[in-house]
Write a protein that binds this ligand. Structure first.
Ligand code: C5P
Length: 237
C-alpha cells in the first residue's frame, strides 16, 4: 500500500501510553469505532501488554509496536520473526544499517512493516557529539533516511517539521509517521517541536501519532473524532 492509499481513519494512531492493560483496554472500548490504529510502547509492553497486540488485531484494529529494537543482527532478526506473528502492522527499530537490514529481511513475507527512527527527537547536535557522533542532527537524519531506503525499510518516524526534507530524499514509497502532534489549544507536555494535525498532514505526514491529547482527555472519543475531522479537508483538496 502506498501512502496515498491509506484509509482516512488509519491516519490517526493513538498511543496507548497508559499504566496497565486494564486501563488500555478501557480506553480502546471508550474510543470504539472512532479509532482503528493503536501504538503500544515500552510502558504498556513492560506492564504485560504484549498479548494486547493479538487481541486488538483480532478485533480488526491495527497495531504499531514501538519498541525501537537495536541489537546484533541475529538477535534483531529472531525478535522480528516472533513479533511478526503477533499481527502488528508497524514495528520500530533504530536506524543502524545492521539493525535495519536484519529487520527488513526477517519481516519479508509477513504483514509487518518496519519503521526506522533516524535520530531520537530528544537529541540535539551536542547530544550526538557527546555520544561520539561526528555528524549533527540534520546530516545524520538525512544519511540514515538514505540508508533506510536502500535497505528496504517501510517508513520513518520523524517530526512533522522534518517531513518536507525527508520526502525529497525518500519520495512517496516510504511511510512518514509523525508524533509531536497537538490539536490547537491542547497542552504541549514535554513535546517541543509540535504541529497541529491539519498542518502535519498538509506538510506530508502519512500517519499522526497522538497520545496524551486523546488518552488524557475528558472525552477521548470526541478528541479523536475532532482530529480525524480536522485532517479531512487537506486530503480531499
Ligand atoms: O502524548 P504524546 O502525543 O506526546 O505521545 C507521543 C507518542 O509518540 C509517545 O508514545 C512517544 O513515545 C512517541 N514518540 C515521540 N517522539 C518520537 C518517537 C515516538 O513522541 N520521536
Amino acid at each position: 500500500m502506498t501512502p496515498s492509499d491509506i484509509p482516512h481513519k488509519d491516519r490517526l494512531i493513538v498511543a496507548l501510553d497508559l499504566p496497565g492493560v486494564e486501563q488500555a483496554e478501557a480506553m480502546v472500548a471508550r474510543l470504539g469505532d472512532s479509532v482503528s490504529f493503536y501504538k503500544i510502547g515500552y510502558q504498556l509492553v513492560y506492564a504485560g501488554g504484549l498479548p494486547l497486540v493479538r487481541k486488538l488485531a483480532d478485533q480488526g484494529k491495527k497495531v504499531f509496536i514501538d519498541l525501537k529494537l537495536h541489537d546484533i543482527g541475529n538477535t534483531v532478526a529472531r525478535g522480528v520473526e516472533n513479533i511478526a506473528k503477533l499481527g502488528a502492522t508497524f514495528l520500530t527499530v533504530h536506524a543502524y544499517p545492521q539493525t535495519m537490514k536484519a529487520a527488513t529481511e526477517a519481516r519479508a513475507g509477513t504483514g509487518l512493516k518496519i519503521l526506522a527512527v533516524t535520530v531520537l527527537t530528544s537529541y540535539d547536535d551536542s547530544d550526538l557529539h557527546a555520544a561520539g557522533y561526528r555528524l549533527g542532527v540534520s546530516d545524520l537524519v538525512e544519511a540514515r533516511a538514505q540508508q533506510a531506503q536502500l535497505l528496504g525499510i517501510d517508513g520513518l518516524v520523524c517530526s512533522a517539521e522534518e517531513v518536507g526534507a525527508l520526502r525529497k530524499i525518500v519520495g512517496h514509497q516510504m511511510h512518514l509517521v509523525t508524533p509531536g502532534i497537538r490539536p490547537a489549544g491542547a497542552a504541549t507536555g514535554d513535546q517541543k517541536r509540535i504541529m497541529t494535525p491539519a498542518r502535519a498532514i498538509a506538510a506530508g505526514s502519512d500517519y499522526l501519532v497522538v497520545g496524551r491529547p486523546v488518552v488524557e482527555a475528558a472525552d477521548p472519543k470526541a478528541v479523536a473524532e475532532a482530529i480525524l475531522a480536522e485532517i479531512t479537508p487537506p486530503l480531499a483538496a
